[in-house]
Design a protein around this ligand. Structure first.
Ligand SMILES: [Zn+2]
Length: 188
C-alpha cells in the first residue's frame, strides 16, 4: 500500500494510517518534530546574513564538510570556540568532527574559496576517500584522505599521477557573501 501524504508528499506508514515523515506526522496524534535545519534555512532566505570569512583545515577521514563550492548555499558547522593553536584573533573556523567540541551552525552562501598555493578554488568535494579540488582555472587535484593525506595527484596524459606541488599549509579561506548568525546545532 502506498498512500502519498497530502501535506508533505512522502508516503504513509505501511498500515496506511499516518505520514511516515517525522517532521510532518500528518494523521498522527503525535506532534511533528521540528526540522531545525529547515527553520534556519527559512530564516536565512528571508533575513539573509552578513559577510563573513571562515577558515577550513581538513581533518581528512570524511569528517569534513561534504561540499564547499562557490555560490553554494547550505548549512555549515563551525567550532564554537577556536582551537587554541590558531590564536585569539583567528577568524571563524569550520568544524571538522575531529575535535568533539561544541558546534554552532549557520546557513550561508559561499562567495569565494582561496588557498595560498592553489589560488582561487571553485569546488572542494570531500565525499568518499578522495578529496577533489577543482580550481577556478579548471585544473583538478585529488588527495587521498585515508592513506596519504597531503599527497596530491593530478591528471597527466589521461592518468592520475603524483603532483609536483606539495602543499605545506592546508588552510583554506572561505568567504561568505552572507552568513546567518550562528546558533547551537540543536537549540535548547
Ligand atoms: Zn507528511
Amino acid at each position: 500500500m502506498s498512500i502519498p501524504c497530502p501535506k508533505c508528499g512522502r508516503l504513509y506508514t505501511f498500515d496506511g494510517t499516518r505520514c511516515c515523515n517525522e517532521y510532518c506526522r500528518y494523521g498522527s496524534a503525535e506532534k511533528p518534530k521540528v526540522d531545525f535545519t529547515a527553520v534556519r534555512r527559512q530564516r536565512f532566505s528571508s533575513e539573509g546574513g552578513r559577510k563573513a570569512i571562515a577558515i577550513w583545515i581538513p581533518a581528512w577521514y570524511e569528517l569534513d564538510p561534504p561540499l564547499l563550492e562557490v555560490d553554494l548555499t547550505a548549512e555549515f558547522a563551525f567550532c564554537r570556540t577556536n582551537p587554541s593553536s590558531l590564536g585569539d584573533n583567528a577568524p571563524l573556523v569550520f568544524y571538522s568532527g575531529m575535535s568533539g567540541e561544541p558546534v554552532d551552525v549557520a546557513w550561508g552562501t559561499i562567495a569565494a574559496i582561496r588557498h595560498s598555493q592553489f589560488g582561487q578554488i571553485q569546488t572542494i568535494n570531500t565525499r568518499g576517500l578522495d578529496y577533489k579540488f577543482l580550481l577556478a582555472d579548471g585544473k583538478e587535484f585529488v588527495v587521498n584522505a585515508e592513506e596519504t593525506p597531503g599527497q596530491l595527484f593530478e591528471q597527466r596524459e589521461g592518468e592520475w599521477a603524483q603532483a609536483e606541488m606539495y602543499v605545506t599549509d592546508w588552510r583554506f579561506t572561505i568567504e561568505f557573501s552572507a552568513l546567518a548568525d550562528r546558533e547551537p546545532l540543536e537549540p535548547r
